[in-house]
Design a protein around this ligand. Structure first.
Ligand SMILES: [Zn+2]
Ligand SMILES: [Zn+2]
Length: 305
């Protein structure tokens, strides 16, 4: 879940608002970067986080009231977008997080925001380029798998995600590379970008165990993907046909053309409706992983206490 920081105005993952290492979890009105630069959470209001905190029985650190958008530290929306994309790259990259402590990463971002470093991360560049231009080092070679090997893996698994069964082309390590550095072919597997994204944030063994329990849902996802693929192809075919007919007749308005448009609209509605069912199921599946992971973490914590 993403929240807006009341101080800098960046929208980022909820993890940035949670204070670590406390028995009683706290959510702050401003992000960890702003805390790190010395801003005081009590001075800011943040209704959505306050509500979220209440629903989780967490303590909220901040004022009551609405976010004041006029005084964001990062002034323009365009600039905020660039930092948001960069933060997201880091949050989703296990390799970067292992080699580069969050505080150090934050410090570089803060320096860029204040102008102490004369570079703003560019979403058009890759993550490594942006890191280097902020004076940060991460060795991504650790994760390098030969291009040929990637193609071999994709062919071996027939371009199918080995977790959910949908189309996929992300070559993944079964054992996270950070632990094993194992680039052997038998440690590589194929996944779709969605499973890859969900899995990257959680322990592999847990992901696998949870995934094995929802085989019928995964089957359903494959059906949705196939049906949508077919319908979209059909729609594209009709759309081209309509354009050709329009070209032939030399007019835009014509009873026959209008009838075709009506048909196309009906198909488009059917696609939209199917797509939204599909998206809802995907969302439910993702929540299932996230919630169960959270419960596992809570259980671990209780074990310690
Ligand atoms: Zn902030
Ligand atoms: Zn998948």
């Amino acid at each position: 879940m993403k929240f807006l920081c009341s101080s800098c105005g960046l929208r980022m993952d909820s993890l940035h608002f949670k204070q670590k290492g406390l028995m009683n979890p706290k959510l702050t009105s401003i992000c960890d970067l702003c805390l790190q630069r010395g801003e005081i959470a009590e001075n800011y209001a943040n209704d959505p986080i306050n509500t979220f905190a209440q629903s989780l029985l967490y303590t909220f650190v901040g004022k009551e009231g609405e976010i004041e958008e006029s005084s964001f530290l990062v002034k323009t929306k365009q600039l905020r977008k660039r930092y948001e994309a960069f933060l997201q790259d880091y949050d989703g990259n296990e390799l970067a997080q292992q080699q580069l402590p969050r505080e150090e990463f934050n410090q570089a971002v803060i320096k860029s925001e204040t102008g102490a470093i004369d570079y703003v991360p560019d979403p058009g560049r890759d993550f490594q380029y942006n890191l280097e231009h902020l004076g940060l080092q991460v060795d991504f070679q650790l994760n390098e798998v030969d291009f040929i090997d990637r193609e071999r893996i994709r062919a071996k698994y027939h371009y199918r995600c080995q977790y959910c069964g949908r189309r996929g082309h992300s070559v993944d390590h079964k054992d996270p590379v950070s632990l094993s550095h194992n680039n052997d072919l038998n440690n590589l597997i194929l996944s779709c970008s969605e499973c890859n994204r969900i899995k990257s944030n959680m322990p592999f063994a847990l992901f696998k165990e949870l995934n094995d329990q929802i085989a019928p849902i995964n089957k359903q996802l494959v059906k949705y993907e196939n049906a949508l693929g077919t319908l979209k192809e059909e729609f594209e075919h009709r759309r081209r046909n309509l354009a050709a007919q329009m070209h032939l007749k030399g007019v835009v308005n014509d009873p026959e053309l209008n009838a075709m448009r009506k048909e196309n609209k009906r198909l488009q509605d059917a696609i939209d409706s199917l797509q939204s069912d599909y998206d809802a199921l995907r969302k439910t599946r993702e929540n299932y992983f996230v919630t169960n992971w959270k419960i596992t973490e809570l259980k671990k914590k209780n074990d310690i206490i």
